[in-house]
Design a protein around this ligand. Structure first.
Ligand code: SF4
Length: 907
């Protein structure tokens, strides 16, 4: 092969609309059979091999994946994984159409390979060493790549010596009390939005109201709380960043900004550049903090690189190591590691590269001083603004409250999700997966196949050799942990051969759930009330409680011993050992609480129901395959623990959203944010959106699609997407219907030049799917709940939202209990109104966006239509007319047609 060019390598491009092969002779269309034969005989250039495999109807396909080459050449650089996206990332002209894309792939490969010999290549360091290692692993690109990279004169710095070390900083002094003046708040706002920007009254009023949440607290347990609804377009992000940044700088204390979606985290990271234009200063002042399972664990990576991973997983580890050397913060989920990289490897090993099970050895780790997780945790202590998600903020706030250093100032953006986030954070679940995680945390992995993973005994070796009681507690905890479910538990339950008291309990749970399930359960999750239980299940609870208590006791003793060690501070307890013991201690506290919650859950089985909680049994399945079984407990009102653990210890809290009231009155917002549990009335603020919704949008309720008629539903989606020339977000409440619709229409749309992507169908993560959708104005995206919120795609790419029907809540046990407590139908209506408002909110993101919102359900009750902004035209009409309106609305907007490039589509 000729290094530096790919003259002999064919490239294959496959979409729902066809398959094309490009060679040095030219490009031609070919059939599936021939494409499969060519790709298996000859090394072939592909873009996203799993996706191409899916298009060819194969479960797997190997080849020269351009995305892998891109990840090697430009680690930590963003690229949308489509031909056009790759073209933009490489500064090449995007291919005109699908047929031209195959030849483009060869061109892109040439460009990437040529970069390897470019003296200006910024990501050269480490590449030679990585290419040699990838060659040994038989990476398909290695033979082309390695000869092009000049061997460095001196040995390249190994990743672990290259990364910078974090420094310890002294604890910050107590915050200075501060009362922000309105003038200085508005002045800061003006500097953020730009002196030349037109003043927006709604935003100014918002910032002034937000400033009051930073006033000094007057009484313990009574924070200043502001509920602020700011319609889309008000500019609420800068509205609260203005006083938050002033407070943080003036008081010398961080403000935590909590979001529900990654999209908003990204937006906040971008907006913070207005506050701190200098990159280095911004990194210090604004920190994105995530759960530790999001970050790369360097010790796990080292292990993977040194033989812990085999085959494809080992190749992934090498590409991740390339990325780690250039990454901003080591965040593997939503950071600068491309979301598509993990899916190219079908997640082989990627989860094992993070610290998912709390096995960190802290200062016992040789990379502790370079650890991304430790760096982020320390950076957040000295930052002005810490951006995190609701779940992490709630967990940290709870821990900090227990440690007596609460999170004092919190802004919950996307505050309409606070209830749901609290619902999962403060819940308890005794399931097989949870129990086996605990067993592994204590015992280490049972199979010797992979990795350095170690149990508690190995992590606390020095304590055990120093303290006999500690040693005994570890031994006893290890013995007790063997009573928990072990590897292969799901198979044993399926064969009715459970081992140990917890597996026996789970077997009884499984039996009860199946006995009560309805016949038409369709292969997804099934559940039943934890009430009127069989005696067999109640009997199985007693030995399970004994086993859990038998584990709790030695863990509690060990906790005491670790505390004693920290207090006595023996000679060997240097800074490093202290950090490790503290790490183990916090793990023990957290797990002790979990086991106590499990025992409480079991102790209630068979007894009278506790009105504060909702308990149920569940078997989790995907397409008939079981993946977890267990018992669940949620608070009937999760804002109670939210108020106690997060709100009351704080000094000031803002809960804000475009749809905070969800079309209801303030009482609902107060109930769903936890404000109702404070003995101080929250402040309220509302500013309507400045957008002209009646002129910019319309709601169309299609009246002639029969419920349950899948062919008609699919046909309607296709018609509407065609009328809109793509740019459609299709929302579903059930995965099966999404898949069925996609299967029926993807080919038809692709032939019309309208790509269709779908969650749960395409082997691509959701964030990347949204990037692909945003990047191509002709593309459409089908998805479920996660897309109803947090998709911020401007009108050029999103001009039509189609919902398959009224988004009624699923009739789960939990929903049933809340419905009964919350007013029956009125409760359901509140849920639906909020969902409709969120989905509609995807449509108009900018002042010049236009679009239509379609509900494919004739039976949409009129009482729910006040979920939409006042004055928006709402029409009930047949599909034909809806499609015509959408097409003519589009034809009236030449600018949008031009931007979206849809003038070039005939018809
Ligand atoms: S300190 Fe812990 S999380 Fe960080 S690299 Fe080491 S083992 Fe991994």
């Amino acid at each position: 092969m000729n290094p530096g060019s790919v003259p002999d390598l064919p490239a294959l491009h496959a979409t729902h609309g066809g398959i094309w092969l490009a060679t040095a002779e030219g490009t031609r269309a070919l059939g599936r059979g021939e494409a499969i034969a060519r790709a298996s005989e000859t090394p072939t250039i592909l873009l996203n091999a799993p996706l191409v495999a899916a298009r060819l109807g194969l479960s797997e396909l190997s080849g020269l994946d351009l995305l892998e080459l891109y990840a090697f050449v430009h680690p930590a650089r963003f690229a949308v994984p489509t031909p056009a996206g790759l073209a933009r990332a490489l500064g090449l002209a995007p291919p005109e159409d699908d047929a031209a894309a195959a030849a483009f792939l060869r061109h892109a490969a040439d460009r990437l390979l040529a970069t390897l010999s470019d003296p200006q290549w910024p990501e050269r360091e480490g590449a030679w060493t990585a290419a040699q290692a990838l060659g040994r692993l038989r990476w398909p690109w290695a033979g082309l790549v390695a000869p092009l990279i000049e061997r460095p004169a001196r040995g390249e710095r190994w990743l672990f010596s290259k990364l910078p070390q974090w420094e310890d900083a002294p604890e910050r002094p107590a915050p200075r009390p501060l009362r922000l003046g309105e003038a200085e708040t508005l002045e800061r706002l003006a500097s953020l939005v730009g002196r030349d920007a037109e003043p927006r009254e709604g935003q100014r009023a918002y910032a002034a109201a937000a400033a009051r949440a930073f006033d000094p607290r007057e009484a313990a347990g009574r924070p200043h709380m502001l509920l602020a609804e700011a319609g889309t377009g008000i500019g609420k992000t800068l509205g609260y960043l203005a006083p938050a940044s002033l407070h943080a700088a003036g008081a010398g204390a961080p403000v935590w900004i909590s979001t529900y979606t990654k999209a908003l985290q990204r937006q906040l990271a971008a907006e913070s550049a207005r506050l701190f234009p200098d990159d280095a200063v911004r990194r210090e002042k604004v920190v994105i903090r995530k759960g530790r399972e999001n970050y790369l664990c360097l010790l796990n990576l080292e292990d993977a690189l040194q033989g812990g991973f085999q085959g494809r997983a080992a190749i992934l580890a090498q590409l991740v190591a390339r990325w780690a050397a250039y990454s901003r913060d080591g965040d593997m989920v939503g950071g600068d590691l491309p979301g598509w990289l993990r899916t190219l490897f079908r997640r082989a090993g990627s989860t094992a590269l993070s610290d998912r099970r709390g096995e960190c050895v802290y200062a016992g780790c040789p990379h502790y001083r370079k650890c991304f997780i430790e760096r982020a945790a320390r950076a957040s202590e000295s930052a002005d603004l810490v951006v995190a998600n609701h779940a992490l903020v709630m967990i940290l706030a709870t821990r900090r409250m227990e440690e007596g250093r609460p999170l004092a100032r919190i802004v919950f953006d996307e505050g309409h999700h606070l209830f749901d986030a609290a619902d999962s954070t403060f819940a308890a679940a005794l399931t097989g997966q949870e129990a086996i995680e605990l067993r592994r945390w204590i015992l280490g992995p049972e199979s010797k196949a992979r990795g350095r993973r170690r149990g508690l005994a190995a992590r606390l070796l020095d304590v055990a050799s120093y303290d006999e009681e500690g040693h005994n507690a570890i031994e006893q905890a290890s013995a007790a942990a063997r009573e928990l479910p072990g590897d292969g538990w799901l198979g044993r339950l399926a064969e009715e051969l459970p081992l140990g008291p917890i597996e026996k309990l789970l077997a009884a749970v499984r039996g009860t759930v199946y006995a009560r399930a309805s016949a038409a359960d369709a292969g997804y999750g099934i559940e039943t009330h934890a009430a009127e239980l069989d005696p067999a299940l109640i009997e199985a609870a007693a030995p399970a409680i004994d086993a859990l208590e038998g584990l709790m006791r030695p863990l509690a003793r060990l906790r005491q011993r670790l505390q004693a060690v920290l207090e006595d501070a023996p000679d060997w307890l240097d800074h490093a050992a202290r950090a490790r013991v503290e790490g183990a201690l916090s793990g023990l506290v957290h797990r002790g609480q979990t086991i106590a919650a499990w025992v409480a859950l079991l102790a209630r089985l068979g007894g009278p129901a506790d009105p504060d909680y909702v308990d149920w049994l569940a078997v989790d399945r995907i397409e008939g395959r079981e993946f977890d079984i267990g018992l669940h407990r949620h608070w009937l009102d999760p804002t109670r623990p939210l108020a106690d653990a997060v709100l009351k210890p704080a000094h000031g809290v803002i809960v804000t959203s475009a749809t905070l009231r969800g079309g209801e009155d303030w009482t609902t917002a107060e109930a769903r944010s936890g404000a109702a549990h404070l003995d101080r009335t929250p402040m309220r603020f509302a500013a309507p959106s400045p957008f002209d919704y009646p002129a910019q949008s319309e709601v169309l309720i299609v009246t002639d699609i029969k419920r349950g008629d899948m062919a008609a539903l699919a046909g309607a989606y296709a018609r509407l997407i065609e009328a809109s020339h793509g740019g459609t977000l299709g929302l579903f409440t059930a995965i099966q219907r999404l898949k069925a619709v996609h299967a029926r229409i993807a080919d038809r749309l692709a032939r019309a030049g309208l790509p269709l992507y779908a969650q749960h169908v395409d082997p691509i993560d959701t964030g990347t799917l949204v990037d692909m959708f945003r990047d191509d104005p002709r593309a459409s995206l089908l998805g479920t709940d996660a897309l109803r919120d947090g998709v911020d795609v401007p009108g050029r790419s999103l001009r039509l939202v189609v919902m398959e029907g009224v988004p009624w809540p699923r009739p789960t046990v939990l929903h049933g209990a809340r419905r009964a407590a919350g007013g029956g139908t009125a409760f359901d209506d509140r849920v639906v109104r909020a969902r409709l408002a969120q989905a509609f909110g995807r449509l108009i993101r900018r002042a010049d966006d236009h679009g239509s919102f379609v509900l494919l359900s004739a039976a949409t009750p009129s009482r729910l239509l006040d979920a939409f902004p006042p004055g928006v035209p709402i029409l009930r009409l047949p599909l034909d007319e809806a499609a015509q309106r959408i097409a003519s609305r589009l034809s009236l907007q030449p600018a949008l047609r031009h931007q979206a490039g849809i003038d070039t589509i005939p018809g």
